[in-house]
Design a protein around this ligand. Structure first.
Ligand code: GNR
Ligand code: NI
Length: 166
């Protein structure tokens, strides 16, 4: 089932997600719907916050073939090293892309869709994506890292877009 994606500056994108107590059938169904929504968008990741579900759940697929789904439930970053600047976009900020500095390498812990705990060390695009999605879970959007001038320009652009849409 396709889910609706909230768009910035929707205040619901600011909510802080709660930990998942148990990976139930309902959580597994949500994970499947989130994956379907991510693939259809199309995007390389999706956080539950973006579909107005305020639970700590992320799906990511950075593979070219779109056949390597990764599910992170209750993700935690254990350590982070280095810096990497990457051009980011967000399904909740359609049509806007800009550079953000993130940690280059991370080690993390999470549970998969079966509720099994795992640790993962990663870098590059997957590390960037995990950090972008984990920000959503605490109510952060990548445009929060932009300079005040860029944010003001983005706000003006979004107002214009809304005017044209209404
Ligand atoms: O589809 C997406 N592309 C992307 C590109 C660079 C860095 C992060 C991302 S995540 C984004 C999908 C999304 O909005 N996830 O929250
Ligand atoms: Ni995003």
């Amino acid at each position: 089932m396709l889910l609706d994606i909230l768009e910035y500056p929707d205040p619901r994108l600011r909510k802080v997600a709660a930990p998942v107590a148990a990976v139930t059938a309902a959580v597994q169904k949500l994970v499947r719907d989130m994956a379907e929504t991510m693939y259809s968008a199309p995007g390389v990741g999706l956080a539950a916050t973006q579909v107005d579900v305020h639970k700590r759940i992320i799906v990511i697929d950075i593979s070219e073939a779109r056949n390597d789904l990764r599910v992170f439930i209750n993700p935690e970053i254990l350590s982070a090293q280095g810096e990497l600047e990457c051009e980011e976009g967000c399904l909740s900020v359609p049509g806007y892309y800009d550079k953000v500095v993130r940690a280059e390498k991370i080690t993390m812990r999470a549970q998969n869709e079966h509720g099994e705990s795992f640790e993962l060390g990663t870098d590059g695009m997957l590390a960037v994506c995990v950090q972008h999605e984990m920000d959503h879970l605490v109510g952060k959007v990548f445009v929060d890292y932009l300079s005040p001038l860029k944010r003001a320009r983005l706000a003006a652009r979004l107002k214009k877009k809304q005017r044209l849409a209404s």
